[in-house]
Design a protein around this ligand. Structure first.
Ligand SMILES: *Cc1c(COP(=O)(O)O)cnc(C)c1O
Length: 307
């Protein structure tokens, strides 16, 4: 278990105050929790989401961890790296046909020793059916399954520890990006009851996620303090446009903070836009979680970003 704790250096994480004219004008203070600095490979929220699964797998002497994801998944890379560090084998079940050229993420995962198994989109959708789970456990003996994105109680509980890095009572609002929602739920459970948890959903066409999230909240009363915004996906998961790139470049010029185009670029765009629209009352103190993911920018053509 100590091995898992020692994988990252939490001391590298800082909370940095943003100095932007619009924040002053709107009397809103923003601090950025730089989880992206925690480790160069397993950056951002991924270690928090994985730590309990890995400890469990080690404690119970599993040989292999199996997890799921798309070809650009940060979770796949993180699992490959972390399993490698703990001496566990890893298998990544990847959505879709094996491409001729592996994405940067899949190349990295393979580099860390992950066995990549490609399955069709429909099989991927049905991955939780008993017969499919059984087939995987037969193919990979003594293996421990981790859901896509680390979703589930151990992932949510691990993410709750993110707020132990700050003096959390200082903040009125906590903002984060939502992929699977594991981190969002962890932050909701790890926060004080009356702190607002604001999630920016980076997937398109999602229904209201809160009813499904309700059962994962430790206190049902927290529902009233959770809020998800669905209008900042820029066309969908990993979709991007010049408006987003211009924002990311300007944000870097103004703050020296790099963001990624899949999650944190959209998160900070939303945060600033919501401030401009006076969504947060004067006097609000926001903590925005920089959840990492910067290696995802490697898939962009050179020159797209100024950093
Ligand atoms: C994985 C990831 C997220 C999404 O986290 P969930 O817990 O799946 O919602 C957010 N930001 C970055 C940079 C990520 O890599």
């Amino acid at each position: 278990m100590h091995l898992v704790e020692k994988m990252v250096n939490k001391q590298l994480v800082t909370a940095e105050t943003l100095k932007l004219a619009t924040l002053k004008q709107n009397k809103v203070e923003v601090e950025v929790l730089r989880l992206d600095k925690i480790h160069e490979v397993i950056s951002g929220n991924k270690w928090f989401k994985l730590k309990n699964y890995l400890s469990h797998a080690m404690l119970h002497n599993y040989r292999t961890v199996i997890t799921f994801g798309g070809p650009y998944s940060n979770h796949i890379v993180a699992t490959a790296w972390a399993a490698n560090r703990t001496g566990l084998h890893s298998v990544g079940v990847i959505r879709g046909e094996r491409p001729i050229h592996l994405s940067q993420s899949l190349q990295m995962a393979a580099h860390f020793g992950m066995h990549l198994k490609f399955i069709s989109r429909s099989s991927f959708q049905n991955r939780k059916e008993a017969a499919n789970v059984l087939a995987l456990s037969r193919e990979f003996k003594n293996s421990y399954l981790i859901e896509e994105g680390g979703f589930g109680l151990p992932g949510i509980q691990g993410s709750g520890e993110i707020l132990e890095l700050v003096e959390k009572a200082r903040y009125s609002h906590i903002l984060c990006a939502i992929g699977t929602g594991t981190m969002f739920l962890g932050l909701a459970n790890g926060s004080d009851l009356k702190q607002q948890i604001t999630g920016i959903c980076i997937l398109k066409g999602m229904p209201d996620l809160m009813p499904g999230y309700k059962d994962w909240l430790e206190s049902p009363d927290k529902m009233d303090y959770c809020r998800i915004h669905y209008d900042y996906h820029f066309g969908g998961y990993a979709k991007k446009n010049q408006l987003l790139f211009n924002f990311m470049n300007r944000f870097y010029a103004d703050t020296a903070i790099r963001t990624d185009f899949v999650y944190t670029g959209k998160l900070f765009y939303a945060a600033i836009d919501l401030v401009n629209k006076k969504h947060f009352p004067a006097g609000s103190r926001l903590l925005v979680i920089h959840s990492g993911g910067l290696q995802g920018n490697l898939s962009l053509p050179k020159g797209t970003l100024n950093f």
